[in-house]
Write a protein that binds this ligand. Structure first.
Ligand code: FMN
Length: 165
């Protein structure tokens, strides 16, 4: 069976996911990247994984900093997902273009304001897998708040089954 990447993406797009922003502190500046290749791995110890394209700038930042945050987006944060998926974004425009504002944890990791959940991550190990790397991290702290999630399904943003307008 020969499979092209469009077919693979189409099939994987049937698996509805939430949307996260990976955040890294770069000498006081917030670097963020939209990611949905995210999963829990282990309960004891608490481990999660995120898969990052080896050509993404975030890939190098995660290797260098070894600490990052995962903010899970709420249904009203679509603009933030789009902003942090745009390779041409700049940190200075995050608030004016997408309404993204950040607080800091005691470790200095950026936390997206208004997100449904935040996980403070310390890098555990990295596995090479094709054109991506699997970053496995230990979760040191979490924050959770009420609200509904932003959903990504078949290449479109949704809220609980309805496409976001
Ligand atoms: C909904 C959505 C989910 C994404 N998930 C991932 C992902 O899990 N891993 C990844 O490497 N890129 C993912 N991307 C693409 C990156 O966000 C995009 O390539 C980004 O510009 C990379 O930024 P960087 O080069 O600054 O790291 C996703 C994009 C969207 C819109």
């Amino acid at each position: 069976m020969s499979l092209n990447s469009a077919e693979f993406r189409r099939a994987m797009g049937c698996f509805a996911t939430g949307v996260t922003i990976i955040t890294v502190d770069l000498d006081g500046e917030v670097h963020g990247m939209t990611a949905n290749a995210f999963s829990s791995v282990s309960l004891d110890p608490p481990l999660l994984l995120v898969c990052v394209d080896r050509s993404a700038s975030t890939h190098a930042h995660l290797h260098a900093r070894k600490r990052f945050g995962i903010s899970v987006l709420g249904e009203d944060q679509r603009a933030i997902s789009e902003f942090y998926a745009n390779p041409a974004r700049t940190h200075e425009r995050a608030e004016s273009e997408a309404g993204a504002r950040f607080d800091r944890t005691s470790h200095g990791t950026p936390v997206l304001r208004g997100s449904l959940a935040y996980l403070e991550c310390c890098l555990h190990s990295v596995e090479q897998a094709g054109d991506h790397s699997i970053f496995i991290a230990e979760v040191e702290d979490v924050m959770v708040r009420d609200g509904d999630p932003l959903i990504f399904f078949r290449g479109k943003y949704r809220k609980f089954g309805n496409e976001v307008e």
